[in-house]
Design a protein around this ligand. Structure first.
Ligand code: ADE
Length: 224
């Protein structure tokens, strides 16, 4: 999968792709990331990428021209046209189904907004999907883009080894995941539920299902 990211803060992604599973995916050639610095697409001598909003009010907006130029560079010669995603609190909620759908795409472009976001004409011209990470406002789209890329890439077949398999994760069966335990069996008076240590696979499976259902009912009844 190719991922292009258009951002005013390219250094934000320094750590994101240098660790753990995303790094492994890059090293394996499964993931290719291109980060485009919006300032490189400004033409004034101050390299200004934001501006005041028409109509007044507090908060700046990312100017449309540098973003248009960045898109023209990132997608002009790419066929089929990549899917373009704009993370925004105004978007539809991003969930596991969205992550799985994105994981099947060959090429994604993320545009990271800042301040009040981007000029609406950027969305009209380029954006296919507007996704929100949740009902809160982040300082910028970078954090949301990183989360969406991570959620999508880990669902690409072969990216997760069996040891970190996604098969039993939360949301995979429409429920939250159950609690898990590892060694030691006893820690400062805290013990592992007996059934987990019983070696009886069927009972362990039943316990995990019941625990997942209990947790989901308590915390996320909307999922059931
Ligand atoms: N940018 C700022 N806040 C956001 C959110 N909640 N989801 C996606 N992008 C955002």
């Amino acid at each position: 999968m190719h991922v292009d990211i258009i951002t005013l803060f390219p250094r934000f992604f320094d750590g994101v792709f240098l660790n753990s599973i995303l790094k492994r995916a890059i090293d394996a050639g499964t993931l290719k990331v291109n980060i485009h610095n919006l300032r490189d697409f400004t033409t004034d001598r101050h390299h200004q990428a934001d501006d005041y909003r028409f109509g007044g009010g507090a908060g700046m907006l990312l100017k449309p021209e540098p973003i248009f130029r960045a898109f023209e560079k990132a997608v002009a010669h790419v066929k089929p046209r990549p899917l373009v995603i704009y993370p925004t609190p105004q978007g539809i909620p991003f969930d596991q189904d969205c992550a799985e759908e994105l994981s099947g795409q060959g090429h994604l472009i993320f545009i990271c907004g800042h301040y009040k976001g981007v000029d609406q004409r950027v969305i009209e011209r380029w954006v296919d999907r507007e996704y929100s990470l949740g009902d809160y406002v982040l300082t910028g789209g970078e954090i949301a883009a990183a989360a969406m890329i991570d959620a999508a890439v880990r669902m690409i077949p072969g990216v997760l080894g069996d040891i970190d398999s996604a098969r039993t994760d939360s949301f995979q069966h429409g429920m939250l995941d159950c609690p898990h335990y590892t060694r030691p069996e006893e820690l400062e008076g805290l013990s592992v539920p007996g059934v987990i240590m019983s070696g009886h696979h069927r009972n362990i499976e039943l316990w995990r299902n019941a625990a997942a259902r209990f947790l989901t009912k308590k915390r996320r009844p909307d999922l059931l």
